[in-house]
Design a protein around this ligand. Structure first.
Ligand code: PEP
Length: 251
């Protein structure tokens, strides 16, 4: 087993008001307070960040956001800057989720801009990559991952790579109940790690955490985590309930 510290992250998407998020956080924290050997993160909607930050303070659960904009301030109506997220108590930020790519015009270039803006603000980017079903069926999985990872990390130098996390999320497995098999996930993770080791010093690739995302549940987390290059999970649906997310964290 690799010595990388696992990260189990919850992406709440556009669910939960501030009050609902606070209720989750109050119920969830005691369920995982004894967990010391892995990192835990939840990413509520922007409107709930500060409320949840207050509840997570001095706990072992970190706060993440679901997106950011790359400028630090200015006339960018409705956008949120890295500095604002850090000030709201965020440690992580999800970037380039497939829903952002498919529904909101996110491209490899905008993913790259966001990643490069997150790091200097002290935020840990969780950069999402993954192929669609059509791309997998056409045998393009590895070329899609190659392009997304290469472009997402473009112009980063080794000492900027820092704590960056990559999440492999096959689009066909997100919210569909279809999980990639552990072998399919491991093959994609191994490919991503070897690509990163071609782009950056190998020790950075060895230390980098690569999460799997796509219909992770309490029932399948253990077999995924047993694979050599799977260092954690990005969980959507099953992270919305404190008990089920607690079971995933405590796999
Ligand atoms: C996600 O949104 O990142 C995700 C993996 O969703 P789900 O767990 O619901 O498939």
């Amino acid at each position: 087993m690799a010595a990388r510290r696992p990260l189990i992250a919850g992406n709440w998407k556009m669910y939960k008001t501030s009050a609902e998020a606070a209720d989750f956080a109050r119920r969830f924290v005691p369920l995982v307070s004894g967990v010391a050997d892995r990192d835990i993160m939840i990413a509520p909607a922007f409107t709930a960040l500060e409320t949840v930050a207050g509840i997570l303070k001095a706990t072992n659960v970190a706060l993440g956001a679901q997106n950011l904009f790359w400028e630090s301030e200015g006339a960018f109506t409705a956008e949120i800057s890295p500095k604002m997220l850090a000030a709201a108590g965020c440690r992580y930020v999800i970037i380039g989720h497939s829903e952002r790519r498919q529904l909101f015009g996110e491209t490899d270039d905008t993913v790259n801009r966001r990643v490069r803006a997150a790091l200097p603000a002290g935020l840990i980017p969780v950069m999402c990559v993954g192929e669609t079903e059509k791309e997998r069926d056409a045998g393009q999985t590895l070329s899609v991952l190659d392009k997304q990872v290469r472009n997402g990390l473009k112009n980063l130098v080794a000492n900027e790579l820092g704590t960056l996390v990559i999440a492999y999320e096959p689009v066909w497995a997100i919210g569909t109940g279809k999980t990639a098999t552990k072998e399919q996930a491991q093959a994609a993770h191994q490919f991503i790690r070897s690509l990163v080791s071609n782009l950056f010093p190998a020790e950075l690739a060895v230390a980098m955490r690569i999460l799997y995302g796509g219909s992770v549940k309490p029932e399948n987390i253990s077999e995924l985590m047993a694979m050599d290059d799977i260092d954690g999970a990005l969980v959507g649906g099953a992270s919305l309930n404190p008990e089920s997310f607690g079971k995933i964290v405590c796999y």
